[in-house]
Design a protein around this ligand. Sequence first.
Ligand code: SF4
Length: 514
Amino acid sequence: MIEEKVGFCTLCKSRCGTINVVENGWLKKVVPNPDHPTGKAMCLKGRSAPEVVHNSRRLTAPLRRTTPKSDPDPQWVEISWGEALDETADRLKGHVAKGGSESVAFAVTSGSSSPLSDSADWILRLIRGFGSPNLCYAAEICTWHKDYAHAFTFGSGIPAADYSNSELILLWGHNPSNVWLAQAEAIAAAQTRGAKLAVIDPRRTPFAGRADHWLRVRPGTDAALAMGLARELIERAAFDGDFVRDWTNAPFLVRSDNGKFLRSRDLLHDDMAQREQDYLVWDDATKGLLPAALKQKSAALSASHVVATKTGNVLCRTAFDLYRDAVAPFDPDTVERLTGVAPTTFAAFAQALGSAKKISYHTWTGTGQHRNATQTERAIATLYALIGSFDVRGGNVQITLLPTPVLHSMALKPQEQRAKALGLADRPLGPPLNGWITSTDLYDAIIDRRPYGVEALVTFGTNLLVSHPAPGRCKQALQDLDLYVHFDLSTIRPRIMPISCFPSQRPGNTRRFG
Ligand code: SF4
């Protein structure tokens, strides 16, 4: 019997709508479902799902290694699920009793490029409920910049691009044709509708080939380009002044003596004592200071005043003026020298950026896989704030999510455990704040027991050796572990349990499609 089952591909975050052709219980073919919002096309990976589901190398039962990890032949033996789960639970309990739950670390692969996204909520629930502060995430070299560094500017990760309603679409180090088919479809449709497209990428990606602006930036110099574009917009007064004044901290005054924002509590004559936490702006209408929360259209974007504070007279300038100073060195010639982008190409794109009213963008691995990714992302996010398309139709929109049960609240993890996250002391505002640690810190804890020892590791789908830096340290760390449990589709690790795979739905399923 041949059946057509409607579903969607979970092999990456595009989640393309699919029709799964099943013959006598076996998956034969997966094809796009044009009736689905993201079902216009599928990539080769999604179409190959039957090969994954029915692959002879796919794990169908837990395996236990029977030789030491130094032995190249693991000598796997099949064990039952009961044995695997009981033994793993007992060993983990032993480690918690001996070294606390921080002595057990977890690692997960990226949901953006694997079937993990539909399981991630439950895995996070397990980790947070377990109490381990240490989760090593494969996205440390490709996503943290856009999710965390953007939050330093926006208060959130990069919001969703509303390509369908954009005048100008900007792809910055992002190739959706390869990594996000649903986005590629939306961008192509927007171009057909008349939207302009700009691509910043050293490679001639499919979209670069049909872009209105293609800036072939030298790899790793994107921040200089963003700073240069910001300079150009400010010089030509082509930025959205109302948005910048009303929705950003650009008019806030900054003390020149310590670089901190001026607060009401700093003032020598504090007639705003009831608002002592307030940031302050300079109000051009009253020629005086005003709490930022009460600022009007007359709040100055550019101002420089000496203010009497409790620590003496201090020159204060607006954050906007300091930003203008920071971008000033990045004139078109300097940008060309640093980035390789010719002044004519640069000027044409700056003109487009300054004149379009609805601009959406996405940036990903092209900017993220560099040592300066955090500052690059801050430069791009600040440039975008100048444009004023944040959270407007046709820009990047903060989507209100449908209410769903919270499966993995941080409240599941005691505060004293959160404080033990590896790397938190070095990066108190970074990912360790939410329990995401780097592989470098993980290896230090396993090999050198620095700042404390990690002796057990549970990994879901991730292959630390090839997806993280320092494979030599990784190999050493994996060998030094007392317990290593891995969940995957196929056999590559010491103690392994199978996982389900799109489109089979039952955890640990056999290869039969149901
Ligand atoms: S782009 Fe490919 S892997 Fe990703 S959801 Fe679509 S078909 Fe699946």
